[in-house]
Design a protein around this ligand. Sequence first.
Ligand code: ZN
Length: 141
Amino acid sequence: MKERSNNPTTAILTVNRGENVVEHLTQYAEHNDIHAAWIQGIGAVDHIVMSYYDLSKKEYIKITIDEECELLSLQGNIALLDNKPVIHAHITVGKSDYSVIGGHLHEMRISGAGEFFLSFIDTKLERKHDEETGLNLLKIH
Ligand code: ZN
């Protein structure tokens, strides 16, 4: 992973072929003490674990995709859960037949480009477990 930031509010990260996106973004947030950020990204990937959240069961229904896909869009954020930065991101990926699928991101490996843009937010964003939904929701005070 490489990074460049020309000002204190943004950064551009490239994640290399073979590297796991969630792992690298989380490490970046930990090493740079980031408490709040918005993330956007595009690239090419060949291993994805994503899910649909079944609210009635309060569980993530995961699927694994092991094929070359275009990462059309990643949108997400960094916030603190139990004082550790966590990535919450959703992705849309395009397959070789041009069909598009998407979901909540758990794991993703870069196969070609991995280009990410972070906007840092000057606050402390925190997540708290919500009993009603079973999710760790953002708490804005
Ligand atoms: Zn989600």
